[in-house]
Design a protein around this ligand. Sequence first.
Ligand code: ATP
Length: 201
Amino acid sequence: SELVIGLTGGIASGKTTVSDRFASFGIDIIDADVIARDVVAKDTPGLMAIIEQFGEDILTSNLDLDRQKLRRIVFSDNTQKEWLNALLHPLIRQQMELQTNHAKSPYCILSVPLLVENKLNNMVDRTLVVDIDEATQLKRAMARDNSEPGVIESIIASQASRTDRLAIADDIILNHGDLDWLNTQVKDLHQMYLNILNKTL
Ligand code: ATP
């Protein structure tokens, strides 16, 4: 696509709800979380490199990557964490570029939960932030994940702040209201993105 919209927001802010809505208008959605899994799937160069670094013990009995084990290792070892990021970030970036270039819809949505944290806003033409107050965020995350408030609160604290996200936003969806309001905002943005494309033709 000619226009790449980076979609981001904190845990349970509504990114999936928003991207499902854009998809219903025929817009291609590229999901960074899916890409992050794909680059270490079976028989990929990514997984080969990880096996070389950590040994065959890093695999499950099905020969898939044991993510939990890998997470435990890099959590307690900064050198290994940096090694892993140096391997994965370029692979993920490359796939993002490939898939946004190949997207067939007039514009496409690149959904990146950690767009702000990983400073990936330079990869997109516009950044769309789903903004939500912490009380609503906590309530929806707890309802969805069946988690304790403390667990969700610590995830929120580990992510970029609302202010950091809003500082780089070109467009904002406010998601403290009902789904009808959310859908109206998506519809308006969809029209605006099409207008931007028409003006640049
Ligand atoms: P994550 O990144 O944590 O997976 P997300 O940003 O993709 O989350 P969603 O899964 O879209 O967020 O939304 C979180 C939860 O809140 C879901 O259960 C969703 O159905 C609900 N939700 C989202 N928007 C609204 C809304 N406007 N009103 C009521 N519920 C909502």
